[in-house]
Design a protein around this ligand. Structure first.
Ligand SMILES: Cc1ncc(COP(=O)(O)O)c(C=O)c1O
Length: 403
């Protein structure tokens, strides 16, 4: 086969995104996707092309991304260890910082041990692949994160989806599947596109009745739900416990990396069986140090969590009073539905004109005609910022005839 023929066979794959994205490539899309922002360290504002705008779509829920203590910890780690770890954790990649971080994550999560991966994505792919394989069955919520879906596909297990936040449907799925092998149910604690919370107590009951383990992804729950930001178990007053807890260090914790917490046996197994852990370089020292310091600050400063919970509720109230829907949001993630993909891009452009950044999430990340701006309330915002943002989103919605 010659090189031209080899490339020609790849062409249909290249054409898919080239044609799809090009069809959307008009001014509003260029201004809202893959845009470079300069984010101010001490506020929730960002500069884009000389315009100072209030960022309302960032993930740094606790407002710690520019915190001087976190930055100082990262700098100290750079001075001590340099910029990379030059290996996987099993070989040259482990530092005392990784061990300290894992001990802190385990304490925070209330589990015996924890393991830190290079990203939340890697944590999901690695953990699912280490727990299930051919002959096993994994049951996932329809809105579970892509990294869970990809982990399931790679694992070779049978994958069954159940309706979003519907324990009754999960129960029917479990009853219909052969009761053999490992049965693993996986949900997000907080759904990143809708801001709603998994019905943990009912899910636990269904899992117990059908020999299934329960795993939760706390990516948008850590630092956000539960009275002190400990996530979904705390949110439900520790009425039930999950079997496998997992999360990221890239959202409320302003670094990079993913974590899993559980029994000593489980973590020992993951160390050897989770391939993205065993075969991918260790988290960099500056990122590990930043994550460790932020986790400590979160525990010392629960008022950050309380602020986010209070202001998210107030923000939703302001939108509702203006006749706007925030669907089922009950957390810091607040979706504002625009309708079609084009409507979401146009709404985002109008919001920018009115001083706020609300970034569009379009198909295939969300269902058809449910394209939205995904808004996140953080502790970097002030109450005045929240008032300003609500006003800008409402005014823009009127201009775009969304209300
Ligand atoms: C629910 C959920 N899980 C996992 C991830 C992946 O985390 P990371 O970005 O740290 O790889 C994300 C990131 O968007 C997420 O929203």
């Amino acid at each position: 086969m010659n090189a031209t023929e080899a490339w020609a066979r790849l062409e249909p794959k290249l054409a898919y995104f080239r044609d799809r994205v090009r069809s959307l490539e008009y001014e509003p899309v260029r201004k809202n996707s893959f845009v470079a922002y300069t984010v101010e360290r001490d506020s929730a504002y960002a500069d884009q092309d000389g315009q100072r705008l209030l960022m309302m779509s960032g993930y740094s829920y606790l407002g710690l991304a520019g915190d001087e203590r976190v930055v100082a910890a990262a700098k100290a780690a750079l001075d001590l260890y340099g910029t990379g770890n030059h290996g996987v954790r099993a070989l040259a990649g482990s530092t005392p910082l990784h061990e300290d971080l894992e001990a802190e994550v385990a304490r925070f999560a209330g589990r015996e041990r924890a393991l830190v991966f290079g990203s939340g994505y890697a944590a999901n792919v690695g953990t699912v692949g280490a727990l299930v394989g051919p002959g096993d069955t994994v049951f996932i919520d329809k809105y579970d994160h892509a990294s869970i879906v990809d982990g399931c596909k790679l694992s070779g297990a049978t994958v069954t989806r159940f309706r979003h936040n519907d324990p009754g449907h999960l129960e029917r799925r479990l009853a219909a599947a052969p009761d053999t092998g490992v049965r693993l149910v996986i949900v997000d604690s907080v759904y990143s596109m809708d801001g709603d919370i998994a019905p943990l107590v009912d899910l636990r009951k269904v899992c117990d009745a059908h020999n299934a383990l329960l795993m939760v992804d706390e990516a948008h729950a850590l630092g956000v739900i539960g009275a002190t930001g400990k996530g979904i178990e705390e949110h439900f007053d520790y009425e039930v416990k999950v079997d496998v807890k997992l999360g990221t260090l890239s959202k409320a914790i302003p670094s990079m990396g993913g974590w899993v917490a559980g029994s000593a046996d489980l973590i020992h197994h993951l160390k050897y069986a989770a391939r993205p852990f065993l075969f991918s370089a260790a988290l960099g020292p500056a990122q590990a140090a930043a994550a460790l310091e932020a986790l400590r600050i979160l525990q010392r400063e629960p008022q950050r969590v309380e602020f986010v919970q209070r202001e998210a509720e107030r923000f939703r109230g302001l939108l509702h009073a203006a006749g706007m829907s925030t669907v089922d949001s009950e957390t810091a993630v607040v979706p504002i539905i625009a309708g079609s993909d084009t409507a979401a891009y146009d709404y985002a452009t109008t919001c920018r004109k009115n001083g706020v950044i609300g970034l569009p999430v379009v198909t295939p990340a969300v269902p058809n005609d449910l394209a939205r701006l995904r808004i996140a309330i953080t502790a970097a915002h002030t109450t005045a910022d929240i008032d300003f943002a609500a006003d800008a989103f409402i005014t823009s919605a009127r201009e775009c005839r969304i209300i």
